[in-house]
Design a protein around this ligand. Structure first.
Ligand SMILES: *Cc1c(COP(=O)(O)O)cnc(C)c1O
Length: 396
């Protein structure tokens, strides 16, 4: 049987490659950081990781993980509710609740699982899920697993959201679902306006804080802090794989009864292994670091402002950003790929995106800034952008 199937796969793979969409992996031999070493021994500056607070290679997190491995062992060999919960898991959940000012938290192996397991236990065919058109793939998959009626509104478009809320008035319950920060433009969901509409049309509110937690808000506590929406958002999901240390792990945090119901019925929680003790312990240490000082968040924001201003002064077309994601607009798909490849040759890793990942004619380079970047790293990246920009005719 495999012969025919193999042929079929080979054809599909060829068409992916011909469309220029074939994904290759870059193999790193150093820790994840501002500066990384590749397999051939070369070094590069990394501007395409989600390492927003620079915690991926933080020594305190490694020490906390090591200590937990010595004290509490390597793995849990169980799902949470059978015998996979240590004190560390409960403490991490409490620390996440404190960070987001919520009542309770449930951990998952990843935010992909948190989003995959949040809708189906809570909503039925009588209910409506009203989702931003640019929401993350894991939200889309989570919605698919649930029988609720689906409504989609244009990205951050409040008039369209209002229209969809009106359409959904006949449903039993309604929930508005949005990413906190959208990963392609770096724009932030207008949570205050979303909460206003939710109140007007009697809807629940859920936000995925994966790209916004640790980044957005005066102290980096996410969109509720930024828009002063504490108490108005019912469900938050998030990841430990981005700003919060960059290892693995996800969570849902919010109202007590919602979290309680997820512990009873959420399938990725009930039927998938518990996160290892070292991840829980390093997660707790992450929140220790963030509670002790705002230093990392402040440095990240200074880096964002510095990079944006220098790039705009150089003549680049930059999407307005309120996050650590900076989109350098090129509008041309082959140019975006050529630009990113030339940047890599200059020792700067950035990502070129084009249709269908972004809308047709909206090709761009995405730059992700980090508290791990020093001024010298930023200057080197900006100089490379200017050099390649002139070479490829983007800058005059
Ligand atoms: C990265 C991301 C996820 C997935 O997080 P993992 O913990 O890596 O599974 C989910 N939602 C959004 C918005 C993300 O950006």
């Amino acid at each position: 049987m495999y012969g025919k199937f193999q042929q079929h796969l080979q054809q599909e793979l060829n068409s992916i490659e011909n469309a220029g969409l074939y994904k290759k992996e870059r193999i790193i031999t150093s820790p994840q950081s501002a500066e990384i070493t590749l397999q051939d021994g070369s070094r590069a500056l990394n501007f395409c990781a989600n390492n927003y607070l620079g915690l991926s290679d933080n020594p305190r997190l490694a020490v906390a993980a090591k200590k937990a491995m010595e004290d509490r062992g390597y793995g849990m060999s169980s799902v949470r509710f059978i015998c996979g919960t240590q004190d560390l898991h409960k403490e991490l959940e409490a620390r996440i609740s404190k960070f987001f000012h919520t009542e309770d938290t449930i951990l998952y192996a990843a935010c992909f699982d948190a989003n995959g397991g949040v809708f189906e236990p809570l909503f039925t065919a009588d209910d409506a899920i009203i989702s931003d058109s640019l929401n993350h793939a894991s939200i889309i998959d989570g919605v698919r697993l649930c029988k609720a009626q689906r409504f989609r509104y244009a990205n951050a478009d409040m008039a369209d959201l209002e229209a969809k809320l009106q359409e959904a008035q006949k449903c039993r319950f309604r929930i508005i679902v949005t990413d906190g920060v959208f990963s392609m433009d770096g724009n932030v969901a207008p949570m205050d306006k979303i909460c206003d509409l939710a109140e007007k049309y009697d809807a629940l509110v859920m936000v995925d804080e994966s790209h916004s937690a640790g980044v957005v808000g005066e102290h980096g506590h996410g969109v509720a802090e930024k828009f002063d929406c504490y108490g108005r958002i019912d469900i938050f999901t998030g990841t430990l794989g981005k700003a919060f240390g960059g290892a693995v792990g996800g969570f849902t945090t919010g109202r007590k009864e919602i979290i309680d119901m997820l512990r009873q019925r959420s399938r990725p929680y009930l039927f998938s292994n518990s996160i290892p003790p070292m991840i829980a312990a390093a997660g707790i240490e992450t929140f220790n670091i963030l509670e002790e000082s705002d230093e990392l968040h402040t440095k990240l924001m200074e880096n964002v402002v510095y990079f944006r201003e220098k790039m705009m002064a150089a003549g680049f077309d930059i999407k307005p950003t309120q996050s650590a994601i900076c989109a350098v607009m090129l509008y041309d798909a082959p140019l975006s790929q050529k630009f990113a490849a030339r940047m890599a040759e200059e020792g700067i890793f950035v990502t070129g995106f084009y249709y269908p990942v972004v809308p047709q004619g909206q090709a761009r380079i995405r730059v992700q800034l980090s508290a791990a970047h020093e001024r010298s790293h930023l200057d080197k990246a900006i100089a490379a952008f200017i050099k390649v920009g002139k070479e490829l005719g983007v800058l005059k």
